[in-house]
Design a protein. Structure first.
Ligand code: UDP
Length: 245
């Protein structure tokens, strides 16, 4: 567990957004994983996904209060959450300001095409150089197209861990680009799904809102989060007893 926290971004959301903007301007390559406790638990059961998270090229941000709390218990002190959906909006804003290009890959056809329209009307200088829904059979062929287009920002909404595995396996074929696995963000930003009201977000109960809206998530959520709490506690105890991992 500690190895994930060691490398997780710990500074403020504002500073992270600034860093991303600098990387867009410098045409650096950056791969961002927006993680929550479920992400870490999935990685603990999949060596491929674990390698993706622990690779030096991967930046992990805490898109869930559970990770911030866990980091405090283990004394890694992550300052605050950096929600993936807000990161997406910032990326649209930066692409608009800097006249940069975006490729949108994932979600249902009506969702991703509506999101393209939303970007075109709200961020007129951002260039949506292409989009594709996430239900096509051959996802690698979509990435082959993305490689040719060389976008400045590539957002992939296929769910954890598929989106991250696909990005990671193609990362070496790009020379620049900000790559982010964004889960359900397209559904929210296109207007198809509502985000939790601000007051719930402020008290870090967005997860509860999501569970109430989509009860089918409950099983996965609770099993992973209970496991996570046990892992954090056992990590803390091992640390206290002088063992490292
Ligand atoms: N999705 C997709 N193709 C698939 C499976 C899922 O495009 O084969 C999309 C789905 O429509 C949704 C997103 O991936 O927009 C996953 O959202 P979810 O909130 O479930 O993400 P997670 O919690 O797994 O990150």
């Amino acid at each position: 567990m500690q190895k994930y926290f060691e490398k997780m971004y710990k500074d403020s959301e504002n500073n992270f957004h600034k860093l991303v903007k600098e990387n867009i301007i410098a045409e650096n390559k950056m791969f961002i994983v927006t993680a929550n406790p479920e992400t870490l638990m999935i990685a603990e059961n999949s060596i491929d996904f674990k390698n993706v998270l622990l690779d030096n090229k991967t930046t992990i941000i805490a898109d869930g209060i559970g990770l911030v709390k866990g980091s405090k218990i283990l004394k890694y002190n992550i300052k605050e959450t950096i929600p993936g959906v807000d990161l997406c909006s910032k990326l649209f804003e930066y692409c608009n300001e800097l006249e940069k290009s975006i490729f949108l890959f994932g979600a249902k056809e009506e969702v991703v095409s509506r999101l393209k329209n939303v970007i075109n009307s709200n961020y007129p200088n951002a260039i949506v150089c292409g989009y594709e829904n996430g239900y096509v059979e051959n996802k690698q062929s979509v990435f082959n197209k993305i490689i040719e287009l060389k976008p400045d920002v590539v957002l992939v909404a296929l769910g954890i861990p598929d989106q991250e595995l696909l990005i990671y396996s193609n990362l070496g074929k790009f020379e620049k680009g900000i790559f982010v696995g964004v889960g359900g963000s397209f559904d929210v930003l296109s207007g198809f799904k509502k985000r939790a009201p601000k007051f719930l977000r402020k008290i870090h109960l967005e997860w509860l809102y999501r569970l109430l809206k989509e009860p089918k998530r409950c099983k996965r959520f609770f099993s992973n989060n209970v496991k996570y709490i046990f892992r954090i506690r056992s990590c803390k105890n091992r640390r206290k007893n002088g063992k490292n991992r």
